[in-house]
Design a protein around this ligand. Structure first.
Ligand SMILES: Nc1ncnc2c1ncn2[C@@H]1O[C@H](COP(=O)(O)OP(=O)(O)OP(=O)(O)O)[C@@H](O)[C@H]1O
Ligand SMILES: [Mg+2]
Length: 310
């Protein structure tokens, strides 16, 4: 069931610009994790590094027993078949209609007959609500439709690992709700390991098992949803409540004195959202196999909180 991804001491720079350093985390097999962070903190770079499109300077990424940072291009090609990726810009081929775009990975990586390709493509297009748009070119449809076409394409190879870069940007709130339900149901059905980059706090609160936050070139925190949602760490609280007061500024970091003054002005954080939000459940009839690791992690967090409260 799914594949664990174990990242250790990962550092990525472009020239002398360090994007993030010493990032360590484990994406548990079969669980959904969300990565948050202000714009420009390197979330997309992180996803591209996980699929081996970008090479880190230091650290390792272990997937199914292999450190993919050390693989040659040929072996990397094999490992990439485990992944379904939705890039931030959708990355559809402009001259191909939606049907051919979505069929592309099947034709590239498998020898399935066209009848089977057709069955799979139509099934995924139905899943994301694109039936009837098979002949449309990417340039002729809305941004939200392009996003959903990218989602369908990411799913055709039955991936073990699913990476979605802002799947919800450009979607209206109702479609975001459907998308979140789709992600939860998919995870229950296909058991893949998910990592989703999003700026949508409401989704981040209710969809994943785990949440991470990138800020100031570091992974500030990564852990069970409950741990982040109940954290007292100022950056985490500011981000999860989407407020201006806190360490994160518009264009750059604020200085320490300013942050202190702002946080002192907040009266006990009363205006923050309630810490815990219920997790979105799979639809009726969709059952999720027990994620023992997630259950154990969650219980550990809750136990720690009880000790702290006592
Ligand atoms: N191929 C590249 N060459 C050089 N710099 C790059 C490259 N790709 C990304 N960067 C830089 O890395 C930094 C992080 O970019 P990234 O796109 O990962 O941010 P992000 O967290 O995804 O932001 P957003 O939330 O706006 O999508 C930016 O400063 C960007 O300019
Ligand atoms: Mg990005």
């Amino acid at each position: 069931m799914g594949v664990e991804i174990h990242v250790e001491g990962l550092t990525k720079s472009f020239g002398d610009q360090v994007i993030w350093q010493d990032v360590s985390l484990t994406l548990p097999a079969g669980e959904v994790s969300v990565m948050l962070g202000p714009s420009g903190t390197g979330k997309s770079v992180f996803l591209k590094t996980l699929v081996g499109l970008l090479k880190p300077e230091r650290g390792s990424i272990r997937i199914a027993g292999q450190d993919i940072t050390r693989l040659r291009e040929h072996d990397l090609y094999e490992v990439r078949k485990l992944f379904g990726v939705l890039f931030q810009d959708g990355a559809l081929f402009g001259s191909m209609n939606l049907y051919d775009n979505i069929a592309f990975p099947l034709r590239e990586h498998t020898r399935k007959p066209e009848s089977e390709v057709r069955r799979i493509v139509l099934e995924k297009m139905d899943m994301v609500g694109l039936i009837g748009a098979e002949e449309k070119l990417p340039g002729e449809i809305s941004g939200g439709m392009r996003k959903r076409a990218g989602l369908a394409r990411a799913l055709v190879l039955d991936p073990e690992i699913i990476l979605f870069d802002e799947p919800d940007s450009g979607l209206d709130p109702v479609r975001v709700a459907y998308l979140n339900q789709l992600i939860v149901d998919l995870n229950a059905q296909i058991d893949a390991t998910f990592l989703i980059v999003t700026h949508d706090i409401a989704s981040a609160r209710q969809v994943p098992d785990n949440i991470g936050l990138l800020f100031r070139r570091e992974l500030v925190m990564f852990g069970p949803r409950e741990q982040l949602l109940t954290s007292d760490e100022p950056v985490v609280r500011q981000f999860l409540n989407g407020r201006m007061q806190g360490p994160i500024g518009m264009a750059e970091e604020k200085d320490a004195a300013q942050v202190e003054q702002e946080l002192a002005g907040l009266d006990g954080g009363d205006e923050d959202q309630p810490a815990m939000t219920p997790r979105l459940l799979p639809s009726a009839g969709v059952t999720r196999p027990p994620r023992w690791q997630a259950i154990a992690d969650r219980e550990a967090v809750l136990r720690k909180r009880q000790v702290a409260d006592a």
